[in-house]
Design a protein around this ligand. Sequence first.
Ligand code: GLC
Length: 577
Amino acid sequence: MSTPQLSHLTDPLVHHGSPQQAQWWRSAVIYQVYPRSFADGNADGMGDLAGITARLDHLVDLGVNALWMSPFYTSPQADGGYDVADYRDIDPLFGTLDDFDVLCARAHELGLKVIVDVVPNHTSDQHIWFQEALRAGPGSPARGRFLFRNGNGPNGEQPPNNWESIFGGPAWTRVDQRAAAATDGITDTQWYLHMFDTTQPDLDWNNPEVHTEFEDIFRFWLDRGVDGFRVDVAHGLVKAPGLPDWDGSVSMVEGSSSAASDSGPMFDQDGVHDIYRAWHKVLAEYPGDRALVAEAWVEPLSRLARYVRPDEMHQAFNFAYLVTPWGAAELRDVVTESLTASDAVGAPTTWVLSNHDVVRHASRLGLTELGKGPNGIRESDPQPDAVLGLRRARAATLQMLGLPGSAYLYQGEELGLPEHTSLDDSLRQDPSWWRSGYSEAGRDGCRVPMPWEADQPGYGFGASDKTWLPQPASYGPLAVDQQQDVPGSTYEMYRSALAARQAHELGTGTLAWVSQYANSTDVLAFVNRDVLVLTNYGSEPVSVPEGLNVLLTSGPLAAGEVPTDTTVWAVNALSRT
Ligand code: GLC
């Protein structure tokens, strides 16, 4: 099956594929679990590790290869756990290290790889190092693990530079102006850098102690059996020497400015690559194919590819694909560019449409403003068109799962869950809501607890009716039990696509554009091994090329033709699979 059987329809290969026995991460479909919201094992309204373990069968039924869990470490939860106070322990909200071991063992038993999140750009202000740094005072070695600086101006009352936090507001806080200063009495006037919330001080990666500490943290989790790490803010660890002022602007979780090649002095500095070379060596000491995946909001894709050179990380999230507006030409360009850039360094391309930081794609694709979309949607904002959004989301997913490389799914997208767009403002927990001066809703709307059973309290999220964020009524009919075995449901579309992707070895597959549509602005069509994938973005229905049988569709066909906003997979009518 390794040679494309439909080559008479296509231009030359853009991507040649990799051997099926290549490392798992080259082709894996990885399911992102947001621990707060997947499943609640102890009825307190907050998801936890025991809840995840109990629901791992869902991932197997779906047909994914791995799970990635967002942070579950000890944390005051000022940024949903991306503010880590102890990298070697589990927050009591989520359970214990024993619960983690049980989860990991069960996942492995089920044939699932386990990826955990690591947050090396910053700690929590409750981390022992930061607490020590505050107490030790200016000039101390303890302060040297973070980016403390004296202020500008005659009395140091101005921040050391003009950088802004990605969550809004200044990226610096003065020690005596912390909320806690009133009680802990540490009131000197140095400033510390935090590219995110004031409770998330940035580490100084020029300090060798920081390197040693993180290599040890990696070993701690590798010894417990994890198969990989998702590296948070991988483009941010090293800052330009002297921390120079910068007039560009950083936007929410999108590291780069609108001027694509200039990410600013806080992002995508060459020094980060030495760090990843060292981590690569740590992982290589362990048996099995352990992997590092970069969360790096870096443009263009050729720069992102530098993170996955052979001796650095193994994968990087392809956010360029996620933010591409809905259109055949735009998507074709980004797919070609992604494959070319990653092929140039021998890495797999990844694909992703949703995660815990962006508006769910079933809603995002129903907005008039297309692309990455806003940072959350409030009731008073223009609302997505739910029907259009879901139709496009299904078409987008079916296209994504037909592409060669590794793909990431975000919990709930297999149900077609929309963003919660009418959350009461008083319930919002994302710090970007208040740090943006209440101008951005933030990310809570994509982090709402999963619906499992429509007729259970909290839609079966846990054994009580408690959910840390309320679920919208629209989640009931979308619950897992409402979609299982229902032909045409979003859940069954995902299952069929994942099974066919596996059967046709598409993850390690090839890509050639279908000649007939190579320049079309309405139709995107490619062949991966023996499967033709076609998405219609235009207003007129399109026929499936002659001699092919439709294997899967993202929505009903119209008199045998592919209607607007629909993707089909088709195979040679004579093919046996
Ligand atoms: C990453 C995470 C996001 C978090 C931020 C700060 O972008 O995905 O959720 O808020 O880093 O750690």
